[in-house]
Ligand binder design. Structure first.
Ligand SMILES: [Zn+2]
Length: 121
């Protein structure tokens, strides 16, 4: 499936990542069919330099949640081994945003860690 994301949603992600910097920001992505239109923060999600992503393992059962987003304060948007492990377990689209969090500072991956294109709407 080819995912698309609303520009407003991507802007909110970048703002949240900026607010959380230099810690990591992490959330789930909610979509209607293939269009990502909302981020969902889990109650109890604590952002931290290394911990944000792991909280995502506590995923509620909700089929509108299609994947994850998290930030890399380093600015490098390549998945770490821990990220790849997370991708394989939760959802089919995963976005990594990188410092300085401009609209183009992101990469998207499928559950196998293969880079995918996401169109901004
Ligand atoms: Zn990561």
């Amino acid at each position: 499936m080819n995912f698309r994301i609303k520009k407003d949603t991507l802007m909110l992600i970048m703002e949240s990542a900026r607010d959380t910097y230099p810690d990591e920001f992490a959330a789930f992505l909610r979509a209607d069919r293939s269009i990502i239109y909302e981020i969902v923060l889990l109650p109890g999600t604590v952002s931290g330099r290394r911990s944000a992503v792991y909280q995502l393992y506590m995923k509620p059962i909700d089929f509108s949640l299609v994947g994850t987003v998290h930030s890399h304060p380093s600015g490098i948007t390549l998945p770490s081994p821990e990220d790849l492990d997370l991708f394989s377990k939760t959802g089919s689209v995963h976005i990594i945003v990188g410092y300085p969090f401009r609209l183009k500072d992101f990469s998207a991956y499928d559950r196998n860690g293969k880079k995918i294109d996401i169109e901004i709407l």
